[in-house]
Design a protein around this ligand. Structure first.
Ligand code: SF4
Length: 286
């Protein structure tokens, strides 16, 4: 499917959070609207595809709006949003991103996330969480390390399984091995790095997978689409082909009992470094 890429100017870039994200950060920030990973494995169950305000009727994965003035708007709104966040939330914290990936391949051409990281080095938030599905995050290691010296920072790399593909679904946009390698590199550079197993998919070798995560990341977050996709009982994900593809491999993997079994395993192999669902995204580990 051809991808329609457009360049737009936005009036605001820092969105005050509502819903489940409120416990995670005071603001969300999307360098792009749309996500060009939408036609890969993570896009199958991606909850953003159900947001008509984002898609405006366009097929998920088929469009990308490049927010060319994102860094300038960040700078101009920084003081107002910092003051509000510290008053209302106790800290100015940013989740980047909840409705796109900050490191889509087009970032190499447009550099929107790079320009935002530079702006944040000048005007740092209290905390930033960089959430991604791709190894391409390491392209930005220098800026990320610099920003981590100015504020609290976590990089969350989603790795849902040790499988790159589920039968009948498209492959992942970024190979599992490359994402694990990206985590290892960021951690080596002193960046607090978290693997978010989100949404948790059937894992071929659970013990080996968690051991690998323990080697490359400071913490892990286990998140099932039930309780994890922002809707009651995973209703949004149930409207997609993902649950059937999961059930074809392992019916138990469509239940919270499966999540609890993987959490137990992770707590045994990574004591004190395991988060679960929303509180895990908020940085609480046990
Ligand atoms: S990278 Fe994130 S926003 Fe993009 S399609 Fe995958 S899950 Fe959705």
């Amino acid at each position: 499917m051809p991808i329609e890429v457009t360049q737009v100017e936005v009036a605001s870039i820092l969105t005050r959070t509502g819903g489940y994200l409120r416990t995670v950060a005071s603001h969300s920030l999307q360098p792009y609207r749309g996500c060009t990973f939408g036609n890969s494995l993570c896009g199958v169950g991606c909850y953003v595809q159900h947001n008509a305000w984002v898609t405006r009727g366009r097929p998920w994965g088929g469009f990308l709006e490049v927010r060319t003035n994102a860094a300038a708007v960040y700078r101009s709104s920084y003081e107002r949003e910092t003051a509000w966040a510290r008053r209302a939330h106790g800290a100015f914290s940013i989740f980047c991103s909840s409705a796109t990936d900050p490191f889509v391949p087009q970032e190499r051409q447009f550099g929107i996330t790079a320009s935002l990281l530079t702006a944040m080095c000048e005007r740092p938030p209290d905390l930033i969480i960089l959430q991604t599905h791709t190894h391409r995050v390491v392209d930005h290691a220098t800026r990320i390390v610099e920003l981590s010296r100015r504020c609290r920072l976590r990089v969350h790399v989603s790795i849902e399984s040790d499988r790159d593909q589920l039968p009948g679904l498209p492959p992942s946009a970024s190979p599992v091995e490359r994402r694990l390698a990206a985590c290892a590199e960021l951690r080596r550079l002193g960046v607090f790095t978290v693997v978010t197993v989100s949404p948790l998919l059937p894992i071929a070798e659970p013990e080996r997978f968690v051991e690998r995560i323990a080697e490359v990341a400071d913490a892990v977050v286990i998140d099932h689409y039930i309780e994890g996709d922002g809707s009651k009982n995973g209703a949004r994900t149930l409207r997609t082909p993902l649950p059937d593809a999961v059930a074809a491999i392992d019916p138990e993997a469509t239940t919270l009992a499966y999540r609890d079994r993987i959490v137990e395993l992770a707590q045994r192999l990574m004591p004190g470094r395991v988060g679960v669902s929303e509180s895990g995204f908020a940085g609480q580990y046990a």
